[in-house]
Structures are given as C-alpha cells and as structure tokens.
Design a protein around this ligand. Sequence first.
Ligand code: NAD
Ligand code: NAI
Ligand code: ISE
Length: 335
Amino acid sequence: MTVNVGVIGVGMIGKDHIRRLTTVLAGAAVTAVTDVNLDEAKRVAGSVPGGATAHGTGQELIDDRAVDAVVVCSWGPTHEEYVLAAIAASKPVFCEKPLATTQAACRRIIDAEVAFGRRLVQVGYMRRYDAAYRALKAVIDSGDIGTPTMLHSTHRNPSVPGHYTREMAITDTAVHDIDVSRWLLGDEIIGVRVFKPRKNSLGGELEDPLFILLEMAGGALVDIETNVNIRYGYDIRGEVVGETGTASLGAGGPVTLRRNNLVADEVPADWRERFIGAYDVEFQEWIDAVRDGGTFGPSSWDGYAAAVVSDAAVEALHSGERVAVDLGDQPDLYA
Ligand code: NAD
Ligand code: NAI
Ligand code: ISE
C-alpha cells in the first residue's frame, strides 16, 4: 500500500521533504500540498511526480480523502492548529519541530491525542535518526565510558533568515540540543540558565551567541552553544564526558584533505546537507509506521518537554536567573 501524504508549508524544508518522499524513499506519494503563499503551493504541486492538488487551506488538505497522513512544514506558530486538525480527522501527522511554540499549546495537543486514545503525532527531532548520534548513544548505553557527568553540545549556523528573532536561538535552534540531551542521557531536565557572551556583530539585534546550561535530574550538566552567524559553515558537535572516558560525534565529512601543510575536513553548508541521511531514515520509518500501524518516533510528550524547557530558557534569557523546569505528570500513552 502507498501512503498518500499531504504537505502543509512548502518552504525550504517542505520542498526538501517532498523531494525525499517522492524520489528517495519507498512507499509514499505526495497527493496534496498547501501554503499561505498559494502561488508557490500551485507551482510545487505542478512539479510533484504524479501530480498533487494545491489546496487553499490546511484544513481543506487535511479533509482531502486522497490524504492518508499529514506533514506540517509551515512556520512554528502555525503548527498547533494543523496538528489539532489532523488529530480531529484521525490522521497521522508528522510535525516539524517545534511541536508548537508554547508549552500550553503542546498541552492542548497532548490532551487531544490522549482523548483520541492512540498516538498519531510524531515530531521532527531528526537527530535521533542520525548515524553519528545513534553511535554516540550506543557508546553511552554500553557503559564503556562510565556514567555521563557532562555533555557539550555545539550548534552553529552560518546565518539565519531575516525573520529569525532573539528567542528563536532557543525556540527554533537549541530545541534540537534540548531534545537530544534528554534522549542521549535518558534523563529529564530540571533547571536552566542562559548566559550571554559578547555579541557577534554580524547578528544585528540578535542575542548571538548564547551559552545555555541545563541541569539534568541525575546530576549531569549540559552546555549548549548556539551561534547562528558563524559564517564558516553548519557545524554540529557533541561530546559526552563519562567517569572513565569521553565520546564525541565524528568530525567532518567522508574525506580529509592534507595539502600545503594543512589538514582540512569538510563542514556542511546547512542542515539539509548535515542531516540528509537522518531525515531519510526518519521519514522511511514514519511511512512504514503509518502503513503498518507501527510505533511513531519522537512524541507529543517529547515536543512538550522541549517546549517546557525552551519556555524556561527564554525566561532565563530575559531574567538572567536560574529557572526551574517541571514537566508534571506524563500520561500513560507516552510511557
Ligand atoms: P520556510 O519559511 O522556508 O517555510 C515555511 C513555509 O510555510 C513557507 O512556505 C510559508 O509560506 C508557509 N506557511 C506559513 N504559514 C503557513 C500556514 N499557516 N499555512 C500554510 N503554510 C504556511 O521555513 P522552513 O525553514 O522550511 O521551516 C519550516 C519548519 O521546519 C519550521 O517549523 C522549522 O522549525 C522546521 N525546520 C526544521 C529543521 C530541522 O532540522 N528539523 C530544519 C529547518 C526547518
Ligand atoms: P520556510 O519559511 O522556508 O517555510 C515555511 C513555509 O510555510 C513557507 O512557505 C510559508 O509560506 C508557509 N506557511 C507559513 N504559514 C503557513 C500556514 N499557516 N499555512 C500554510 N503554510 C504556511 O521555513 P522552513 O525553514 O522550511 O521551516 C519550516 C519548519 O520546519 C519550521 O517549523 C522549522 O522549525 C522546521 N525546520 C526543521 C528543520 C529540521 O532540521 N528538522 C530544519 C529547518 C526547518
Ligand atoms: C532550523 O529551523 C533547524 O531546525 C535547523 O536544524 C537548525 O540548525 C536551525 O538553527 C533552525 O533555524
């Protein structure tokens, strides 16, 4: 059976996911698209292999009988509305991160999914599907470096678009590091502080870079560097320090160049290049789960946890104080 997918939001990542769903992966077709920019939706619909319907609204797309499952790739503030509408229509929904931009909105999604009684939502935390992150987690879980005491997480973007605001360094960028910290360490975050180093003058009004400190319930500390105007490339690093050893994500691409007394590794241009394999695995597993009724990946609870921590980090950014994090009770659906 082919899973017929409708894509809401055909910007950068929407187009990239349509490409992988239609030309890379097995078992899916894109039958419908929509965007607030309807002209762009029509243009993209015309270029989809096999053709797709361009709908005027997200609700129309979700109601389309030719859509079995929904992918939400519009801007963060629009996610809640579409995820709730997909749950109301009993359709599986893959939502790009963040699940929603506030913890209250994520709670409304959890409440709707719990009332439905079965998981329908997966959030786009693709680092969990990346080969290097999976290898790093396997080392931690093996016990080979002892109990983790610290995680250093570096998240550098060469530049960001004009609509990127001060808080987005946390709500749009560091959310990946927040999610991957919970996943790698198998632990919850209980407190957060945010420090503001000297500003990068290339960032204009942005508070960039940021240094974010997470306290894990088990006592480990995580430091996150966000740096979104670093120009030289898209650089993602992670090092776990254990009691008896350390483990880091491998550096660079497939080739290391040595010439003119220099050693050079490739740095990816952007997230599409760095995580291309991770997005492919993420979507293939999602298509298979939709088709076979299998278990979905990162859940509404994971999206909610990231939102609670990012809300706390935004508060810590503004106040300069430590902010405590409390997730509250986890519904059985996500146990
Ligand atoms: P983008 O601005 O390129 O694309 C967003 C698209 O959504 C635009 O085409 C816009 O017209 C459309 N849109 C906005 N509001 C809409 C609405 N109400 N209904 C329908 N369409 C609407 O942004 P992007 O870089 O593609 O990011 C989109 C989402 O993907 C964001 O949530 C972002 O956080 C996420 N993202 C995730 C990753 C990742 O690594 N997982 C990387 C990039 C982006
Ligand atoms: P984008 O700005 O390129 O695309 C967003 C698209 O959504 C635009 O085409 C816009 O017109 C459309 N849109 C906005 N509001 C809409 C609405 N109400 N209904 C329908 N369409 C609407 O943004 P980009 O970079 O593609 O990001 C989109 C989402 O993907 C964001 O949530 C972002 O956080 C996430 N993202 C995730 C990445 C990842 O690594 N997982 C990487 C990049 C983005
Ligand atoms: C973007 O939305 C992403 O999700 C990328 O993975 C991240 O590196 C970037 O900072 C975000 O803006």
